[in-house]
Ligand binder design. Structure first.
Ligand SMILES: C[S@@+](CC[C@H](N)C(=O)[O-])C[C@H]1O[C@@H](n2cnc3c(N)ncnc32)[C@H](O)[C@@H]1O
Length: 385
């Protein structure tokens, strides 16, 4: 059961929807409303969301926020992909504060005709726009925002931590059957102060279970797993509509065999608020991020079945190192400044195994002729998908 919520219009709106649907909504719908309800959701309500510390009002930090070297290094891979696919546009999905866009444009400005950002959050779009106009005034005319994907497009797609922000379904194992976990109202709820609670129901479709080979009896009763239909549908749509080009997604997650390990009894759902994580998405709705790890096997299959070919899959540490991240650090510096030490610490965080280097992965796709993408030149793990 969640703690009583502060008076929040989003909580009352979700409670109304639960009442309208006989007292229960599936978790993916709850997550969609919590994150993306226009003007009220966590991402669309104007909260600062991304930043460096709790003091700046943000909740979490991402790789492009950590150091511009992330985008400047990714730019080398994007540049190679633009050349290999004969395209001149970049499409970024879920651009957050606009940091990655700023970094890619600063390196690739003359190489690209247009940089299109697609983001579900109107509030973040405003922030992206202000940042690009301020930081890259000469190149700002190349950046455009699209509400949705056109029926056909060419270019190189990038998405950093966008797949993990897409709604997931939750399944629970009773010991006999898989049920769908959703959200109901606790009997102590009032109209003014809704209190949410978990509620499991038999799944509406028959045969619903985790998309893996693990036999059901290997799971302990009470196990919770996520499934990722919206993220996979998103990849399918991109792959179908791309005429020629490539795509690179960076995110935390695992191949299917690791994702659905019976030992992972609580699933991977996580919330972030004030640079702290917690496992309860039912409290403080609209005030914290809700996220789940990515099933990269599912992403690879969705892309492949819709016409993309996998270019490679590896850890973020390997990918960035393959793209030359460390070379930019090895230039001799006579007297390192505080800024130099800060950059070194940020790079360590991006690539070391116990920080973001191993948990975060990169998957690349191509539509058109396959090429040897530099980011996967050493340590490609496509065979593990
Ligand atoms: C965790 S933030 C990552 C932001 C940024 N890429 C970064 O690395 O700092 C997730 C972003 O994805 C956006 N988003 C989620 N689902 C999306 C979708 N289907 N299409 C486009 N943007 C989406 C959110 O609005 C938000 O900007």
């Amino acid at each position: 059961m969640s703690a009583p919520l502060p008076d929040h219009p989003l909580a009352r709106m979700i409670a109304d929807e639960i009442r309208l649907h006989d007292g229960w909504i599936p978790f993916d719908r709850y997550m969609e409303l919590a994150l993306y309800t226009p003007g009220l959701g966590y991402y669309s309500g104007g909260k600062r969301v991304l930043g460096r510390t709790p003091q700046d009002g943000s909740d979490f930090i991402t790789a492009p926020e950590l150091t511009p070297l992330f985008g400047e290094t990714l730019a080398k891979q994007v540049s190679q992909a633009l050349d290999a696919t004969g395209t001149d546009e970049i499409w970024e999905f879920g651009a957050g504060s606009g940091a990655l866009a700023e970094q890619l444009i600063s390196v690739l400005g003359d190489r690209i005709k247009r940089y299109t950002i697609v983001d579900l959050s109107g509030a973040l779009r405003d922030r992206q726009h202000q940042r690009i106009v301020k930081q890259q005034p000469e190149l700002a005319h190349k950046v455009v925002w699209a509400d949705s994907l056109p029926d056909q497009f060419d270019g190189v797609v990038v998405g950093n931590e966008v797949l993990d922000a897409m709604p997931v379904k939750l399944l629970t194992w009773t010991g006999h059957v898989w049920q769908e976990r959703g959200v109901s109202l606790n009997p102590s709820s009032t109209e003014e102060h809704p209190v949410f609670m978990w509620a499991d129901r038999p799944t509406s479709a028959s045969g619903v279970r985790p998309p893996c080979d693990t036999p059901d009896h290997h799971y302990a009763p009470g196990t919770v797993v996520e499934t990722h239909d919206p993220a996979h549908a998103f990849v399918t749509t991109l792959a179908q509509r791309m005429g020629k080009g490539a795509a690179f997604f960076m995110d935390y997650g695992f191949p299917e065999s690791e994702f659905y390990l019976p030992q992972r009894r609580g699933g991977t759902l996580m919330c972030h608020q004030g640079h702290q994580s917690d496992p309860d998405p039912l409290s403080d709705v609209g005030e914290k991020d809700i996220t789940a790890h990515v099933n990269f096997t599912g992403v690879a299959l969705a892309g492949q079945e819709a016409g993309w070919e996998v270019l490679g899959y590896t850890s973020q540490g390997r990918f960035l190192t393959n793209c030359g991240l460390l070379e930019s650090l090895s230039r001799p510096v006579d007297k390192p400044t505080a800024a130099d030490f800060k950059t070194r610490a940020a790079v360590q965080m991006l690539i070391t195994e116990h920080e973001m280097g191993e948990l975060f992965k990169v998957i690349g796709f191509v539509k058109g002729e396959w090429f040897d993408a530099m980011g996967f030149s050493d340590g490609d793990r496509t065979h593990t998908l």
